[in-house]
Design a protein around this ligand. Structure first.
Ligand code: ATP
Ligand code: MG
Length: 505
């Protein structure tokens, strides 16, 4: 094993009296990809935020190898800036860019190049930013406003910013959650280049495939405690799951599409055009069906869901619910005809971070209740059920959502829509950032919903998820439908072929 760069031991941290970390440890080496794994709320982000100066620890010690004399030196990280100067950088799970500033300004915020008369030298800033963007292979003008970027592009800017510090350790917290397949590939290349240069990468992810592909070692946390550190090549996926959840994973109920009511079309989308130059698309969703939508970046799946839900206009197209034509001009209209949407961008569309967990969950429900007088007991039952079913880790339901771990925030978004019990539920990347245990809980819940008569559209970029959960798969490419596959036909090859534009439907 190569040289240790950072060592943390006996680290504890509590929030409002609740222990998020209980005497945990980690050792990070030069030139390794070190995966950090564990269920939602296990304390992964918290430990890394302590290392990078965002939070202060309550207990424990941190040591950093001195670059000059090579000795391990105890250190107290007092601020993010101090961490960055020492070469400890982090790409956060939730995007943190300032929307009203441009890309270059975001990358160099607080350390802008100064020209004459202490004015920021915009030209130099742009040139420097361009170089940083090249490193992450993002070909966009640095003076572009961040607000006009896609989720994936924003993530790339965050990464460029983290790398711009010449880091010795770079933490990626769920980086691929908002990246497309192609963007993820680029990120993996960047990570391998960094590792070859001797940088240590901490890679936090719930995606097993990525962890096995990329990492050299894996540290597992469970419930705020340290479980073990193992070499990736010496551990199986099943062992790892057991370390994370403390038991074997029960395989979710096998798919049985026999009960789908193919005679009954609940939603029919006709001639909706996604992009100005794409052909109009049409498809139908049957009662009790889970219809999977797969595609690469820019395939238009999110745009399609936004059109159906009334966020964006549908132009010439038509939407029929249970055979009758409906006019959906805004999300309220969509909700009125029984459509719910769990959006891809949970921070922007899904949650009000400053509001409590309970209020967030009941947000969409409240509009539905006939009486304005709320029956506290009924409401409590609703929130309680979903908190239990989804296993949301929280202190109490009146806590603000922003205090929850990333994966638990996502579960609140899902609970919010489940509480509304829409007939048609559109889930856009429903398990992004969600741990293996909870993923299978969500699949089981989706199954339960369809068995109870609901219908689901699931948009996912995870091949394994599409194959495991869908009853039928529609593949999109550049705004067109390029494949419609029964679950038997939906092999990895046929799906990918269609995703690259292969067959036109
Ligand atoms: N600012 C905060 N205020 C209160 N509680 C917090 C805060 N930050 C984290 N916690 C709590 O600490 C625990 C650990 O959270 P953390 O975000 O580290 O989990 P995680 O392992 O990163 O999970 P995920 O996989 O969902 O991102 C959780 O119970 C969380 O609710
Ligand atoms: Mg986290």
């Amino acid at each position: 094993m190569s040289e240790v760069v950072v060592k943390m031991e006996g680290i504890s941290k509590s929030f409002a009296g609740i222990k998020a970390l209980d005497h945990v440890q980690i050792e990070l080496c030069k030139g390794e990809v070190h995966a950090l794994m564990g269920e939602n709320g296990a304390g992964k982000s918290t430990l890394m935020k302590i290392m990078t100066g965002v939070y202060t620890k309550d207990e424990g010690f941190m040591y950093l190898r001195d670059e000059i004399n090579g000795e391990m030196r105890q250190i107290e990280i007092k601020s993010p800036l101090m961490a960055q100067k020492l070469g400890l950088s982090m790409v956060f799970q939730e995007l943190n860019l300032l929307e009203n500033m441009n890309i270059g300004e975001n990358i160099f915020i607080g350390r802008e190049p100064v020209g004459t008369a202490t004015m920021i030298d915009k030209k130099v800033l742009n040139e420097k930013a361009k170089k940083e963007l090249e490193k992450v292979k993002l070909d966009i003008n640095p003076s572009t406003s961040v607000s006009s970027l896609s989720c994936g592009q924003k993530q790339c800017v965050e990464i460029a910013k983290a790398l711009s510090f010449d880091a010795r350790v770079v933490v990626f917290d769920e980086p691929t959650a908002s990246l497309s397949e192609t963007e993820s590939r680029t990120l993996f290349e960047i990570i391998r280049e960094l590792r070859n240069k001797g940088v240590c990468i901490v890679y936090i992810s719930h995606r097993m495939e990525e962890v096995f592909e990329l990492s050299d070692r894996i540290t597992v946390f469970r419930n705020g405690t340290y479980i073990d550190t193992v070499e990736t090549s010496k551990v199986s996926e099943a062992d790892l799951i057991k370390m994370m959840i403390g038991r074997d994973l029960e395989e979710g109920k096998k798919k049985g599409s026999a009960y789908i009511n193919k005679q009954k079309t609940v939603l029919s989308v006709r001639n909706v055009t996604i992009f100005p130059n794409s052909s109009p698309i049409s498809f139908e969703l049957h009662e009790k069906e889970i219809l999977g939508f797969f595609g690469l970046v820019g395939a238009g799946r999110t745009e399609l869901s936004r059109a159906i839900f009334g966020i964006d206009p549908i132009g010439e197209g038509e939407i029929y619910i249970q055979g009758s034509k409906v006019h959906i001009n805004c999300p309220r209209d969509a909700m009125d005809v029984g459509i719910g949407l769990v959006p891809e961008d949970r921070k922007g569309l899904g949650l009000i971070l400053g509001m409590s967990i309970k209020d967030n969950m009941l947000l969409s429900k409240l509009g539905q209740l006939k009486s304005r007088i709320l029956n506290k007991k009924v409401l409590k039952e609703i929130t309680g059920t979903y908190i239990d079913d989804l296993g949301i880790v929280l202190r109490d339901e009146n806590q603000e959502v922003k205090e929850l771990s990333g994966g638990n925030q996502q579960k609140v978004v899902i609970a919010k829509w489940l509480a509304m019990t829409p007939d048609i539920l559109i889930l856009d990347e429903p398990t992004r950032g969600i741990d293996v245990g909870a993923k299978s809980e969500i699949y089981t819940l989706m199954r339960k919903l369809t068995e109870a008569g609901k219908s689901i559209i699931m948009i996912s970029s995870e091949m394994a998820e599409i194959q495991k959960v869908s009853d039928r798969v529609i593949v999109m490419h550049e705004g067109n439908i390029t494949g419609e596959l029964s679950i038997e036909e939906a092999t990895k090859n046929s799906i990918m072929q269609a995703a690259f534009g292969g067959i036109k439907a």
